[in-house]
Every structure is written in C-alpha cells, then in structure tokens.
Design a protein around this ligand. Structure first.
Ligand SMILES: Cc1ncc(COP(=O)(O)O)c(C=O)c1O
Length: 318
C-alpha cells in the first residue's frame, strides 16, 4: 500500500491564488467596479482554490494515499480543477456529469485525465440529485473519496483563507462584494473573512432567474456554475453570512459579457455577467457605490453557447 504521507505543495507553489484585481472603465457598467480575475488560476477558474482545499484537508487528516481516486459530481470547473491537481499529486479523478455537459468542459475534463461517468435518464429525480447519488455510491468504494463540494466546509475555508483575504487587501474599501452562488462555498468563505476582519462591506449573492437559492419558483436556466434548486447543505448552514440575495436574468448576464468584450476586449464568464448585471442595476440607483465583483472564470468555454443558445435555456434547473 502506498504511503498516506507525501510532500504536499502549498497552493502558491502550484500557481493558485494571488489573482489580479482590475478596475473597469466607468462606462462599462455605469460606475466604479473592480473585477477579481479568477481566470489567473492555473485552470482558469476560481475552483482551483476550492479543489486544492478539498484535497488538502483529506491529506491533512491522513485519509488520502497516492493512487487513490477523488470522485465528484460536477459539470465543469471543479472537475477540471480536481483533474489538474490530481495529475500533479498522483491521484485519479472520476467526475459524474450530465449528458448535457458543455462540450468544451467535457473535452477539458478528458484532456486533464479524468474518468467521466454520466448519469442515466430517470425522471424521478432531478439531474443534480442523480449525479450526487452516483458520486456518493462510487466514492464509498475502497480507495475512492467523494469530495462532496455541496456539503464540504473545506470548500468554504478555501475562500475564507485565500480569496477573502486577497479581497480584503484590494477591495476592503468597497461598499459591496458581489459573488455568483452555486454551492455557496465562495460567498460564505469570503463573507466570513470580511466579518472576521470587522469589514462592513455588504456581501451580495446573485443567482440566475429560475434558480431558487434565494427563494422563488424553480424554472429552466443554464446556470453556468451558479444556481441551485433549493440550497446546498453548505449554504443552508452558512448562508446567513450573505446580506442580500438577488436574481438576474441570464439574457442580461449574456448582454454584460458581450458588452465588456466589445468595450474593453475582456472575456469573462457567464456568472461574471450575472454579477455585472446586478452591479449595473445597483449603480443606476446610486452611482457613487464602489462594487467589487468576483469574476469566477473567463468566457472562453462559453463562447459557442452564447452564440447557439442565447435566450433558449436547455439545461435543466437543478
Ligand atoms: C463559473 C462559476 N461561477 C460561480 C460558481 C459558484 O461558486 P460556488 O459553488 O462556490 O457557490 C461556480 C461553481 O462552480 C462556477 O464554476
């Protein structure tokens, strides 16, 4: 049997974190907006931070041996991050995905060496519940670990001790921090860092219309990493840290993504568009507000989706 102790690099040695903060031109969304550019992480998304902490805490507890397999239900960024880190650390990665996974995400998962399993059609349960159930079942086998991003507090600690601390350095003087919410790990971690530091800046969560993290009626939406039917276990426990939850239309988010590209040549992902759609509305009400938006990934993986699917959500609301 292989050792459970081996050299485990610090996240900074792997190029994770210390991402840049970029001021947008005032005309972009109508006022002072800073973007925390998480595409600077090695696989191009904020989920490298989450994946590192999920793996690191298993290792710290002595539960992980080289050659073990990490199992997770994901349709994108977290799976790519796990596969990338797994490759560096001598771990296998198995991702349970929907059949509707974005083709570019699937390509990247496979290229990073992940084993990919997709769920069977079964109308009795929503797709996310089926993915989670299968991931749990596979993860129960010897040498396999279900990392459970929906309930694992390590995912929140990642953002409390890295993203949150960095935002306090660069964005502590802002009035609002805006974060798109899926599992809630990012926003709850950032919120906890701000509250611990006594920083009064408001913590605002955004979700796509049709997602019901902040209530309302469930309806079809793409999500693009954000959104949930109900609340994850993590968000149920720590979501009280959030000061305000807002819904934005995905069409408005796509509009913001396109405008930013045309105006400033910047490519941001759809969930960043959701944050910007919120920021535009907030600045229309109070143009003096200073808003910091977390840009979770770039627009690269979504370009074909905006062209083909604008206004026509086909991904189930999960
Ligand atoms: C692009 C993007 N934005 C936002 C989120 C939501 O982050 P969290 O799950 O920490 O709430 C995710 C999660 O995968 C994501 O991939």
């Amino acid at each position: 049997m292989m050792s459970t102790r081996w050299d485990f690099p610090h996240y900074a040695e792997l190029g994770i974190g210390s991402t840049s903060t970029l001021p947008l031109p005032a005309e972009a969304v109508g006022g002072a907006v800073l973007l925390k550019l998480e595409e600077d992480n090695p696989t191009g998304s904020i989920k490298d931070r989450t994946a590192y902490f999920l793996i690191r805490e298993l290792w710290d507890r002595g539960e992980l041996s080289q050659g073990d397999c990490l199992v997770e239900s994901t349709s994108g960024n977290l799976g790519i991050s796990l596969a990338f880190l797994g490759g560096l650390l001598g771990l296998h990665v198995c991702c349970v995905v929907d059949k509707t996974i974005a083709p570019r995400k699937l390509e990247r998962l496979l290229a990073a060496g992940a084993e990919v399993r997709s769920i069977e059609d079964d109308q009795a349960l929503d797709p996310r519940s089926r993915r989670i159930a299968l991931a749990k079942q596979i993860g129960d086998q010897v040498g396999r670990h279900w990392v459970n991003q929906y309930g694992n507090e390590a995912g929140m600690r990642a953002h409390e001790s890295t993203t949150g601390v960095e935002l306090l350095q660069h964005g502590g003087q802002n009035d609002e921090v805006v974060v798109a919410v899926g599992t809630g790990g990012t926003i709850c971690g950032i919120g906890r860092a701000f509250r611990t530091a006594g920083q009064p800046c408001r913590i605002v969560g955004v979700e796509p219309a049709g997602s019901t993290i902040f209530g309302g009626q469930v309806a079809p939406h793409h999500g693009y990493g954000a959104g949930y039917a109900g609340r994850s276990a993590l968000f149920s426990r720590f979501g009280h840290i959030v000061d305000q939850g807002m819904k934005v239309s995905e069409a408005d988010a796509e509009g913001e993504v396109r405008r930013l590209k045309d105006l400033a040549g910047l490519s941001v992902g759809m969930t960043t568009g959701m944050c910007l759609a919120y920021a535009r509305g907030a600045l229309a009400q109070d143009g003096r507000k200073r808003i910091l938006c977390v840009a979770a990934d770039s627009g690269e993986d979504y370009e074909h989706l905006t062209a083909a699917e604008t206004g026509n959500p086909t991904w189930p609301a999960t």
